[in-house]
Ligand binder design. Sequence first.
Ligand code: ADP
Length: 172
Amino acid sequence: MTQLTAVRGDITQLDVDAIVNAANESLLGGSGVDGAIHRAAGPELLAACRAIGGCPTGAARITPGFALPARFVIHTVGPVWRGGKHQEPALLASCYRESLALAHDHALRSIAFPAISTGNYGFPLALATRIAVDTVASSLAPDDPLQRVTFCCFSDHDLAVYERELAQRAAS
Ligand code: ADP
């Protein structure tokens, strides 16, 4: 069975098969985790992303990890929070599902997600965390080859919210 865990850290340092990037539709880099991933992966990542030619919100694309410890980067485009009535929850869930589908296609055994859309894109953290944990848990088969899903939190506060959500899920 796949293990779901939350850690506090810098996702660019994680030694996993794939890290997920909270990208924008251009896939040409940006601020926050996107900028950190591009800096750590090196310029080849930007060239690979440019060749893909963009990605719609809610979808995901995969590239090599280049200079990162992770073998792959899965780029997904979270929704910008615009009050909650513009399909934001469904689009965020789609980011997690599509990222896991790519992990499955590439027979990956470990993947790490950042808290997609909760930074510059303004998605409320508690709701985003519930969607992240629920969508990942419900997308995995009991015999899924994916062994480990890590939610990589950038602050102690984010980590506490994820840990609470994971504990509630384990108890239910
Ligand atoms: P978005 O535009 O999707 O909101 P951001 O990058 O602004 O994406 O923020 C998403 C989350 O990623 C936030 O919780 C932010 O604190 C976090 N973050 C920023 N840098 C890193 C990093 N190096 N590793 C892990 N998480 C990070």
